[in-house]
Design a protein around this ligand. Structure first.
Ligand code: NAD
Ligand code: ZN
Length: 358
C-alpha cells in the first residue's frame, strides 16, 4: 500500500510502498477515505515545538520514531477485522479516535485517554492516515458514521474535538465576550462550537482578512485583524484596543488562543477582564516574560487544552449530523500531493481544512 511518510524532519515526505498491516484479535484495518491535514502535522514534520529562547522540544524526545506516517483526522471504511472485534463489520464507514492512551494511568481510567501519561496517538506515535490503510489497535477507538459528509467528518477527530474541549474550558461564568485567536482549522470550529454551546458574543482575531471573512460566515459576531497594517477589516489601530472597545471597555471574559505564540498570548492577556479565562491551545510556541502581579490581582485563569476524549467525539458526530457544526473542507489532495498540502497549510493558503484522499 502507498503511504506518505516523514522519514527525516524538514525533508520532503516520501511516498513509500509498505506492506498492508495485518490485523488480529481486537485490531481493525481501515481503508482511508480522507485524512485531515492538521497544523500539528507541520510541527511533526518540523521535528518538534518551539520552546522559546532558542530551545526546541524534539518529538523524538517525546517518543516519536521516524519514519512515521502522519495523519490523525481519519475517516475510512473497515477493510478487515481481527477475530475478537465486536460491533464493527467490514464495510462500515468509521471515524477513527486517534488519541490512544495506555488505558491504565489516572487520565485513561476516567476516559481521558487524550491526556494519558504515555500516549500512543495514531499519526504521531504510530502510523496514521496519510496512507491507503491504517491499523487501529482496538475497535473501541472507532465510531460509525452515517449521514455526514465523510471528508468533513475527519475534522471531528481533532480540530472540532480540540475546539470543543477549549470552548468548554472557556465557558465558565456565562461569558459575554469570547475571543478566539486564529481562524484556521481549529479556530473556525471553535467559532461554530462557541455559537452552538455558549451565549457569548464571539470576537475572532487572525492576521488574514480572507480567514476573517470565513470566520464571519461561521458565526463570529466581530472580527479583528491583528496584522493591522493593510487590513481592510479593521483599518488602523491596535488590535487589543479594538477588542477592548468592542467589549465596551470591560474586557473579554474568555480568550481561546488557537495560535499560542508570544504576540497572541500577550494580546490575550491584555484584553482579558478581571476573573477572565485564557485557554491556550495552539502549538506555535515561543516564550515571553510574564508580569506576575496582575494574575492574582485580576484573578485570571490560564490553562491548556489538549485534544479531547472519545465521548466528546461522539457528541460532535451528533452535532454534525444535525448540521449544528459544519467543518469546512476547502481543498482535496492525493497522497502524492502530501508535501504540497503541508506547504500550502504553512503558507496560510488553506481555508478551514484540507484533506488527503489516498
Ligand atoms: P491552521 O494553520 O489551520 O490555522 C492557524 C491560523 O492561525 C491561520 O488562520 C493563521 O492565519 C492564524 N495565525 C497564525 N499566526 C497568527 C498570529 N500571530 N496572530 C493571529 N493569527 C495567526 O492551524 P490549526 O490546524 O488550526 O492549528 C492551530 C494550532 O493548534 C497549531 O499549532 C496546531 O499544532 C495546534 N493544535 C493543538 C491541538 C491541541 O490539542 N492543543 C490540537 C490540534 C492542533
Ligand atoms: Zn490535529
Amino acid at each position: 500500500m502507498k503511504a506518505a511518510q516523514i522519514v527525516t524532519p524538514k525533508e520532503p515526505l516520501q511516498i513509500k510502498d509498505l506492506d498492508i498491516p495485518k490485523v488480529s484479535d481486537v485490531e481493525v484495518l481501515v481503508k482511508v477515505t480522507a485524512a485531515g491535514v492538521c497544523h500539528s502535522d507541520l510541527h511533526l514534520w518540523e521535528g518538534g515545538y518551539d520552546l522559546g529562547d532558542g530551545t526546541f522540544l524534539k518529538v523524538t524526545d517525546r517518543g516519536v520514531k521516524y519514519p512515521v506516517t502522519p495523519g490523525h483526522e481519519i475517516v475510512g471504511t473497515v477493510a478487515e477485522i481481527g477475530n475478537n472485534v465486536q460491533g464493527i463489520s467490514v464495510g462500515d464507514e468509521v471515524l477513527v479516535y486517534p488519541w490512544l492512551g495506555c488505558g491504565e494511568c489516572p487520565a485513561c481510567k476516567v476516559g481521558d485517554e487524550n491526556l494519558c501519561d504515555t500516549p500512543r496517538s495514531i499519526g504521531l506515535f504510530q502510523n496514521g492516515g496519510y496512507a491507503e490503510n491504517v491499523k487501529v489497535p482496538h475497535y473501541k477507538y472507532l465510531a460509525k458514521i452515517s449521514g455526514i459528509d465523510l471528508d468533513a467528518a475527519t475534522s471531528l477527530a481533532c480540530s472540532a474535538l480540540t475546539a470543543y474541549t477549549a470552548v468548554k474550558k472557556a465557558n465558565v461564568n456565562s461569558p459575554e465576550f469570547l475571543v478566539t485567536i486564529g481562524a484556521g482549522g481549529l479556530g473556525l470550529m471553535g467559532i461554530q462550537i462557541a455559537k452552538a454551546i455558549t451565549n457569548a458574543k464571539v470576537i475572532c482575531v487572525d492576521l488574514d482578512d480572507k480567514k476573517l471573512e470565513t470566520a464571519k460566515e461561521m458565526g463570529a459576531d466581530y472580527v479583528v485583524n491583528s496584522n493591522i497594517i493593510g487590513s481592510v477589516t479593521t483599518g488602523s489601530g491596535n488590535a487589543a484596543q479594538k477588542i477592548t472597545s468592542i467589549t465596551n471597555n470591560k474586557g473579554a471574559d474568555s480568550v481561546i488562543d488557537f495560535v499560542n505564540a508570544p504576540q497572541t498570548v500577550k494580546m490575550g492577556l491584555a484584553v482579558l477582564r478581571k476573573r477572565g479565562n485564557l485557554v491556550l491551545v495552539g502549538l506555535f510556541g515561543g516564550s515571553f516574560e510574564l508580569s506576575l502581579v496582575t494574575i492574582p490581582l485580576k484573578a485570571i485563569t490560564i490553562q491548556g487544552a489538549y485534544t479531547g476524549n472519545y465521548s466528546d467525539m461522539l457528541k460532535l458526530i451528533e452535532l454534525a449530523k444535525k448540521g449544528i457544526i459544519n467543518p469546512i473542507i476547502s481543498k482535496r489532495y492525493s497522497l502524492d500531493q502530501a508535501n504540497i498540502a503541508l506547504e500550502n497549510l504553512r503558507a496560510r493558503k488553506i481555508i478551514g481544512r484540507a484533506v488527503i484522499k489516498p
